[in-house]
Design a protein around this ligand. Structure first.
Ligand SMILES: [Cu+2]
Length: 466
């Protein structure tokens, strides 16, 4: 496999070509009305494991028969308008949510809340301006356990012209699949597991491949962008064979890059690393998951060519995104308790219910993506500061994601090091934390666990900002 250098990416991908055309020639005109990237949600057959072909995977975009079939890595520019047309080639309604992007509510992709369902054969036009650079991702917000579980998760890279330049970049879409031995999909979940940590896949992949190998220049500095797009799995990331520093978490640069050692990140979260390749050609660097008792390889980087002899200290810091800091002296406190709840069946919804209720926020289980949503968790005043007092009263970790806003973890009974602003906190068992935010984006914004079984069996709600 060839090196995925920045140059190659810019030249090689159809997606980038589409994005790139925005900046070329008719710059002034296309800035106002960029030609949309076509994202066709569709079925394909592809090989994910050994010899078995999996029929009816779901993906986005133009599928290149020679490629894996994975949804494209979408490249955007910070502060520049991006546009895409979702065309629904599936046999059920869908939408696209742009995870982590602080964009206008009408583009957030939550059916019944921010937009209508996009029915089979119909289109929806998305256009927005990403305010932050970093690593993000996209997925449906409709019948998500099936649609995401069957393939509809893609990575977004938002570039900043002021980003430091690396010798290579590797983008990794990290996820599992629940497949039987014949390659066909198993039931998406087991109720018994949904009421615990979630149901795991049977096949683990990086970029829809098992343990892929990527070439990178020997002695070079590689930016590795990882997005955990799985519906269940929490990863403990580590590297072997090279020095690596964490430079950004969930899209935002860390103030002081730190050696990775072992880093937990859950569904919905992203990690950006800078890795210094070994000098000797052919040397392998392993990115692994070290969670649990038997670590396994996510992907391998192979040093190629003569050493570039770079130094990790050569890298300039990433430019910060401008996220407003909450004024803690006046911030209103909002308690949010995440709990298990007594089981009962929710009302069926067009966008899929799992038929169970296991979880709740402030004792209220979300009834599912129904046309009659429950009241907001809280109504926030536009521009005001708030502190969410989150308490995990369960023995399981929950990656809690807030749409449309970034928040900062102010304190926690389970952490010594606090990350940069984020859209997703991996709330640890029995963790109590305070999250500061400024309600600077009007609209209805979901807050939910990104273990999709938890989300779909009650651990969901929303804030209204006006
Ligand atoms: Cu959860």
């Amino acid at each position: 496999m060839s090196a995925i250098s920045r140059r190659t990416l810019l030249k090689g991908s159809a997606v980038t070509a589409a994005c790139f055309s925005l900046g070329a020639g008719l710059a002034a005109r296309s800035r106002a009305a960029p030609s949309p990237l076509l994202l066709k949600a569709q079925f394909i057959d592809a090989k994910l494991a050994n010899d078995a072909v999996t029929p009816k995977l779901m993906t986005y975009g133009t599928v290149d028969a020679a490629a894996t079939g994975m949804p494209p890595v979408i490249r955007m520019r910070k502060g520049e308008t991006f546009a895409a047309r979702l065309l629904n080639g599936l046999d059920e309604p869908t939408t696209i949510h742009w995870h982590g992007l602080r964009i206008v509510n009408a583009m957030d992709g939550v059916p019944e809340m921010t937009q209508p369902y996009v029915y089979p054969g119909d289109s929806f036009y998305y256009a927005f301006t990403p305010p932050d650079a970093g690593t993000f991702w996209y997925h449906p917000h409709c019948n998500t356990l099936t649609q995401m579980g069957h393939g509809l998760t893609g990575v977004i890279v938002v570039e900043d012209p002021a980003d430091p330049v690396f010798d290579a970049e590797v983008v990794i879409n990290l996820r599992d699949w629940r497949l039987g031995k014949d390659g066909t999909f198993l039931a998406p979940f087991k109720p018994r597991d949904a009421a615990r940590g979630g149901t795991y896949g049977t096949i683990r992949t990086a970029n829809w491949q098992q343990e892929p190998i990527y070439d990178a220049p020997a002695g070079g500095l590689v930016r590795v962008r990882l997005a955990a797009t799985d519906v269940t799995r929490i990863y403990t990331l580590g590297t072997e064979g090279a020095a690596a520093m964490v430079i950004a978490l969930d899209g935002n640069p860390v103030v002081m890059p730190f050696p990775i050692d072992r880093l937990d990140f859950g569904p919905g979260q992203r990690v950006d690393l800078i890795l210094r390749m070994p000098d000797m050609e052919g040397t392998l660097v392993r990115l692994g998951n070290f969670r649990g008792s038997s670590p396994w390889t996510i992907a391998t980087l192979r040093a190629t060519g003569p050493s570039l002899k770079r130094d990790l200290r050569d890298v300039k810091p990433l430019p910060a995104n401008s996220v407003q800091e909450a004024d803690l002296s006046v911030a209103e406190r909002i308690p949010l308790d995440f709990t298990a709840t007594a089981e009962h069946a929710p009302a069926p919804g067009i966008c899929g219910t799992l038929g169970y209720t296991f979880w709740a926020i402030n004792k209220v289980p979300w009834p599912g993506d129904t046309p009659d949503p429950v009241a907001p968790l809280s109504e926030l005043k536009l521009g005001r500061s708030y502190v969410l007092q989150v308490r995990n009263r369960t023995p399981h970790a929950h990656p809690i994601h807030l749409h449309g806003l970034s928040f900062r973890i102010i304190n926690s009974n389970k952490r010594t090091m606090l990350p940069p602003p984020t859209d997703t906190i991996l709330l640890l068992p029995d963790e109590q934390a305070e999250l500061g935010l400024v309600a600077d984006n009007p609209g209805d914004w979901l807050l939910h666990c990104h273990i999709i079984e938890h989300q779909k069996t009650g651990m969901s709600g929303y804030f209204r900002i006006a």
